[in-house]
Design a protein around this ligand. Structure first.
Ligand code: GTP
Length: 363
């Protein structure tokens, strides 16, 4: 089976993390997000993968190449300017088979793709849209169906009290290539606003496949962390890291923990890290490679990328710190703070909850 991945967006909601790193490459348990996605696709029998790139395209291709080391075959298709989700698929039309999956490149799910394909085939659908339930659909695109699963209507961001269903578009589709006839070439065109409504107007068979499989989109800092905390706690599934059993820490090669330091909860520490005297790490915490946590520092419920230095007696809780950043002595970094890559936070600084710090700056 074949899949096309949409990975050309700028990931504005995830800034400043996405200023230098494309959303599809942000680390999830210390591996690029796309690596988890490839492994999931391969598990479900999909090894022919087309990536549609636009924003920061080189980083993906230079990291994964043709994909042979991961057991998949990767084809890259570039857009000069963003063509939107359906426009990007149209732009890759020459590489596509008669029937293929499309994935938003920021979705992590356990959805059973073979079952979804069987559903699509049995109904002779032209397009099948995966749906997932959410508690509050008001921030999403809601999809209304009849009792057989045939799509009747799309409602973008309904008011909570007006939503007739909590099933939202999960960003995974199966398409027959012929539907691309309804997408104009070299034009910005979206699935939910343009292509799917056009197909409904033409009375084409568009079906919805609902499931309560694990599903999360990593489009915001909060969700980006949530996915990792879920995986650490055994929700969701990845074959790239063994899930941590609560209360046991996973340390990478050559990483050291001072005898007076303490680690609690679900924690992953990468390679070549050192946790100094009296430092405290309380999970869920994910720490990349080459990090140094100096004496007396405390880190709780946070995601730390590579080569980060956490100064003496600094305190970090509920935050994300990009690679090659350093947090000064005695700093306090509060809930929801997102620090970009290459940032220097001076000694004694207090970063208020929710603050975003742009890459390569000093505060
Ligand atoms: P935000 O700016 O935070 O909304 O992020 P985004 O635009 O990167 O992602 P969004 O959730 O809006 O889009 C869903 C998926 O489609 C993401 O994986 C994007 O990378 C991808 N995407 C969005 N627009 C385009 C586009 O114009 N071209 C391509 N190739 N991919 C796109």
């Amino acid at each position: 089976m074949q899949a096309l991945l949409l990975v050309g967006g700028e990931g504005t909601r995830l800034r400043p993390l996405t200023c230098k790193t494309v959303k599809a490459m942000v680390p999830i348990l210390n591996r690029p997000f796309l690596e988890h996605l490839f492994s999931y696709l391969a598990r479900h029998g999909i090894d022919d993968i087309v990536l549609t790139l636009c924003y920061l395209p080189d980083s993906i291709e230079s990291y994964f190449g043709h994909g042979s080391s991961l057991g998949v075959r990767l084809t890259y298709v570039m857009e000069e300017s963003p063509l939107g989700t359906a426009g990007a698929v149209k732009n890759a039309e020459r590489y596509l088979e008669d029937r293929f999956f499309v994935f938003n490149g920021d979705i992590f799910t356990d959805l059973d793709l073979r079952a979804m394909m069987a559903f699509h085939r049995e109904r002779g659908a032209k397009a099948t849209i995966a749906l997932t339930p959410v508690e509050d659909p008001s921030a999403y695109g809601v999809v209304e169906t009849d009792s057989h699963g045939r799509v009747k209507r799309f409602v973008e961001k309904p008011k909570r009290e007006e939503a007739t269903t909590n099933l939202i578009n999960a960003g995974t589709y199966i398409l027959e290539r012929e539907v691309l006839r309804d997408v104009p070439p070299n034009t910005r065109f979206m699935f939910e606003h343009h292509l799917f409504p056009t197909l409904l107007q033409k009375d084409q068979l568009v079906y919805a496949y609902s499931s309560d499989a694990y599903w999360i989109d990593i489009g915001t800092p909060q969700k980006y962390c949530q996915l990792q905390y879920d995986l650490l706690q055994g929700k969701g599934r990845t074959s790239l890291c063994s899930p941590m059993v609560d209360g046991r820490a996973g340390f990478g090669a050559r990483s050291s923990l001072h005898p007076t330091a303490s680690v609690e909860g679900a924690v992953i520490v990468g390679d070549d890290c050192s946790i100094g005297p009296h430092a405290r790490i309380r999970g869920p915490v994910v720490m990349g490679n080459g990090c140094r946590v100096l004496a007396g520092a405390a880190i709780e419920k946070s995601v730390i990328w590579n080569n980060v230095v956490v100064g003496r007696n600094a305190w970090l809780e509920g935050c994300i710190v990009g690679s090659n950043s350093s947090i000064g002595e005695g700093c306090s970094v509060g809930q929801g703070v997102v620090i970009g890559e290459g940032v220097t936070v001076g000694d004694g600084i207090r970063l208020e909850p929710g603050r975003k710090v742009w890459p390569d700056t000093r505060v």
